[in-house]
Ligand binder design. Structure first.
Ligand SMILES: Cc1cc2nc3c(=O)[nH]c(=O)nc-3n(C[C@H](O)[C@H](O)[C@H](O)COP(=O)(O)OP(=O)(O)OC[C@H]3O[C@@H](n4cnc5c(N)ncnc54)[C@H](O)[C@@H]3O)c2cc1C
Length: 338
């Protein structure tokens, strides 16, 4: 049996490991090596809203394809009774645009009920929020909360016979001769692990509040109000190359003031906690195969990292592409052994 090592147990690592088990389970043994698991991954900070965001130059066709796969995956879990365990809710969303240059998103036909707001509706909301809205739309979509999804995925991985080893990996080449294929899903960790200078931390701070009267999600520029099962997540910030993991007072003020301007009743909400995560920013998501000879031994590395502000939205779609590369790697190894 071939041995596959996956580095990382965030949304990307776990969905990729599961996809490899699903497609190649009879031929490979999968081990995850990771410094942290949920609740200490980047995804645990996120409200898990299905919506592509902060993806820079990643081709739109890929973004659409990956997002659609995830949308179908979540919809299926929701329909088949796994919503609570996997942290999935279906809810109405409103997205307001202040920048006249911002275009309507290309993913409108994937989400349910995508509808542009009329000028009259925009002006009415604008007068309530004391802003001018250049555009906006409503849709019905999912939140898929990583703090519930990750334990759900991890449980599946382990019950499929996967092994999870908690330790930091300092060099992918250490797996040469021990695992035939290594899948790198280290997120921002790829910056140190590979010396990938294109990786960039995009700091995001949020406040989790108790506001059980809030049932719909609102996004407007940096500010958002996203409903989760046990709380409402108020955001946010996107600060490039800022590695500070402690909540900042000025960001707390920016988040609470901005969100209370959109929904004044949130002033009465109870702040449960402030949290910070570092999005794995990259000009382009990297899903690629690399072949190496290390100390005379062949080694195949499949990379799957750099998902910026959309790792939850893209994870299952990207896992399928990465798994396709693992399958190609396995075929090459099997042919070379004939
Ligand atoms: C505030 C905030 C809000 C967000 N909101 C959303 C949202 O609503 N929707 C959405 O789609 N996305 C959202 N995101 C983005 C999303 O959370 C990330 O894109 C996603 O979590 C990245 O997943 P990942 O698995 O690549 O990285 P991570 O979650 O960072 O996981 C990386 C894993 O690799 C391990 N690792 C790293 N280096 C090493 C090493 N050297 N050795 C061993 N293990 C290593 C880590 O321990 C971890 O397990 C948000 C992010 C933030 C910060």
């Amino acid at each position: 049996m071939l041995k596959v090592a996956v580095v990382g147990a965030g949304v990307i690592g776990l969905t990729t490991a599961l996809e490899v088990q699903k497609k190649l389970g009879h031929r490979v043994a999968v081990t995850i090596y990771t410094s942290d698991v949920s609740p200490n991954t980047t995804g645990d900070v996120s409200a898990g809203l299905w919506t592509p965001y902060l993806l820079q130059e990643t081709p739109e066709t890929d973004v659409m394809r990956w997002s659609k796969v995830m949308h179908d995956y979540i919809h299926d879990l929701w329909k088949t009774g796994f919503a609570e365990e996997a942290g999935i809710s279906l809810q109405s969303m409103i997205h307001l645009i202040t920048d006249a240059n911002e275009k309507l998103p290309g993913w409108g036909n994937i989400a349910f009920g995508f509808t542009e707001l009329t000028r009259k509706q925009l002006d009415q909301l604008g007068s309530e929020h004391k802003k001018y809205y250049a555009g906006g739309f409503t849709f019905v979509s999912f939140t898929c909360e990583p703090c519930k999804l990750l334990p759900f995925l991890q449980k599946q991985f382990l019950s499929n016979g996967g092994e999870l080893i908690m330790r930091k990996v300092y060099d992918l080449e250490e797996f040469a001769g021990k695992h035939e294929i290594v899948v790198n899903c280290a997120g921002l960790g790829a910056q140190d692990l590979l010396g990938d200078k294109q990786m960039q931390a995009i700091r995001g701070q949020v406040a989790r509040v108790r506001a059980p009267w809030q049932f719909n999600t609102i996004m407007e520029g940096e500010n958002y109000i996203i409903v989760n099962m046990d709380c409402v997540v108020l955001g946010g910030t996107h600060q490039e190359n800022d590695f500070d993991l402690s909540p900042k007072d000025e960001d707390k003020r920016h988040i609470l003031n901005g969100c209370c301007n959109l929904v004044p009743s949130l002033q009465k909400s109870e702040v449960l906690k402030h949290m910070v995560g570092l999005r794995p920013g990259r000009p382009k998501v990297r899903i690629e195969m690399e072949r190496k000879i290390v100390n005379g031994k062949p080694m195949i590395i499949v990379h799957n990292y750099g998902h910026g502000g959309s790792g939850v939205t893209l994870c299952v779609g990207c896992a399928k592409d990465a798994c396709q590369l693992v399958q190609e790697g396995v075929s090459t190894i099997c042919k070379s052994k004939l």
